[in-house]
Design a protein around this ligand. Structure first.
Ligand code: BGC
Length: 506
């Protein structure tokens, strides 16, 4: 009996540092990056044009330039993933590198990505590949001729509404699956297609920089882009399954194909006010549900009333794994007549696009310590709260957190954010949410799109003079959690208890 009792004891439990938030055995831990944000030298895509063409001056604060030299430092970065103790790294293949001109493959670039993937696998890290992380080759849509006066031609297909673009995207995905099926099992077609759609075609903060702020123009100009992307996704889903027949990691599955969805914790300003409640639902439907509703259920909300009605069986059942990516809480005020969908998003960035002062609509001001370098409100419980909401809306679809993180220069804030968000996620999983992993955004600081290099998301802080990477407090706490596969009392006591995040260092 004594022997049995001794064997049953966890030595660390005995040391007085019990596990307070555990994760299931086999839970996947990882970090992420994306080609344009880390590599440097991506001059053949829409983002480069957006950063450099005079027509878009003021849309971005600085060009991506060398980014964080990730193209050449991939071995060093693979070592950082190992240093974390993580077993998955989420990265993207830059379409404009491997297919610089329509239907022309660049063999050296394909070899480069094979080298990157093999560097990871040689270290025991599995790649999760994103095929579209906001960027497209210039030949898909050349921003120097946005009106498409000279096109469409093979050097400018004029964007997603051209009937051949979805097939072109699927061809690129098929080529990737053919070439890398032996070393990749997890594929993501699009990163945050909802964010891409609204930023690029509703608010204009991303290329191609269009604004469509009425229901009519959204229906005419934005829904067709979504439909093109959905056609591309469905074709890519079929192609990858056909072409990737090798189980690279030996888990019995050769290809899991899905996408990653941006979804925030969106709540009414006043939960007793029917207009606010309905408006919050419409915003969530537009931002967080358009793509998953279509890819899982084959439904599209073409009139933007928040209820999908158009049936597209050809898009349905094309998500083997749904990533979800969470960053902030956003309040919504229902305001009759306010374009485009009678809902004011209390997000300073969105309101700046709309030219509206948040206080006018009674938007609550978050505690200043919870406001991140991105201007929005960090809200830890959101990550865990979204898991059951997604599981209920998409029953049977496995979930993974494919991004969560915080823009801060203060490692302690990052550490608090990680610990507090993961506590909520652990509880959601305990309650049955089917989340199989957590991938932190991001491995290193990088190019934060329109905001340039100021917002720092990295577990590893980059010195932009030398490009050296240094673990910050966020990385240190993340390592401990990964090693323990959970949060122990001491970690919770140190980082979990604050009502608000610690202030940003001066
Ligand atoms: C994107 C990343 C971005 C991150 C932080 C996500 O929307 O996928 O590319 O850097 O959020 O803003």
């Amino acid at each position: 009996m004594l022997l049995l009792a001794t064997l049953a004891c966890d030595p660390v439990e005995d040391s007085g540092d019990p596990m307070v938030y555990a994760f299931p055995e086999g839970f996947r831990w990882g970090a992420a990056g994306a080609a344009h944000q880390i590599e440097g030298g991506n001059t053949n895509n829409n983002w480069y044009q957006f950063e450099t063409l005079p027509a878009f001056e003021g849309k971005t604060v600085e060009p991506s330039g060398e980014a964080v030299q990730g193209y050449d430092r991939y071995e060093e970065d693979a070592d950082l993933v190992v240093d974390l103790g993580a077993d998955v790294y989420r990265l993207s293949i830059e379409w404009s590198r491997v297919e610089p001109q329509r239907d022309v493959w660049n063999e050296a670039e394909w070899q480069h990505y094979r080298d990157v993937i093999e560097a990871l696998r040689a270290r025991g890290v599995e790649p999760m590949i994103t095929l579209h992380h906001f960027t497209e080759p210039i030949w898909v849509q050349d921003l120097t001729d946005l009106a498409c006066e000279a096109g469409p031609t093979d050097t400018n297909l004029c964007g997603w509404t051209h009937p051949e673009v979805p097939a072109e995207f699927a061809e690129f995905c098929a080529e990737a699956a053919t070439r890398f099926g032996d070393v990749v099992d997890e594929w993501t077609t699009y990163n945050e297609p909802g964010g891409y759609l609204l930023s690029g075609y509703l608010g204009g903060a991303f290329p191609p920089g269009y604004t469509n702020l009425t229901v009519e123009t959204l229906q005419a100009n934005v829904i067709p882009v979504a439909a093109g992307m959905l056609d591309g996704h469905a074709a890519a889903y079929a192609a990858i399954h056909e072409l990737d027949n090798t189980d690279a990691d030996g888990d019995g599955t050769s290809a899991r194909v899905g996408f990653t969805n941006s979804i925030q914790w969106i709540v009414p300003v006043d939960d007793q006010n029917a207009d606010d409640v309905a408006a919050a639902k419409r915003i969530q439907a537009l931002y967080g549900y358009i793509f998953p509703d279509a890819m899982v259920n084959g439904l599209l909300d073409t009139d933007l009333d928040g209820i999908p009605e158009e049936e597209h069986p050809e898009w349905a059942n094309t998500v083997d794994l749904m990533g979800y990516q969470y960053y902030y809480r956003m309040y919504v005020k229902g305001v009759p007549g306010f374009p485009p969908i009678e809902a004011v998003p209390c997000d300073p960035n969105a309101l700046a696009v709309l030219g509206v002062d948040p206080s006018v609509f009674g938007c609550p001001y978050p505690n200043e310590d919870d406001v991140t370098m991105m201007g929005y409100e960090h809200y830890s419980p959101g990550l865990g709260l979204l898991a059951p909401a997604l599981a209920a809306r998409y029953p049977g679809v496995p979930l993974r957190v494919t991004e969560a993180g915080i823009a801060t220069e203060t490692g302690r804030r990052r550490a608090e954010s990680i610990v507090q968000q993961l506590a909520g996620l652990s509880e959601a999983i305990e309650d049955g949410a089917p989340v199989d992993g957590y991938i932190h955004w991001s491995l290193t600081d990088n190019f934060e799109w329109a905001y340039g290099f100021a917002p720092r998301f990295g577990l590893y802080t980059v010195d932009f003079d030398t490009y050296t990477r240094t673990a910050n407090e966020g990385a240190e706490v993340f390592k401990t959690i990964i090693a323990d596969n959970g949060i122990r009392q001491s970690v919770w006591d140190e980082y979990g208890l604050g009502e608000h995040l610690s202030p940003e260092n001066e």
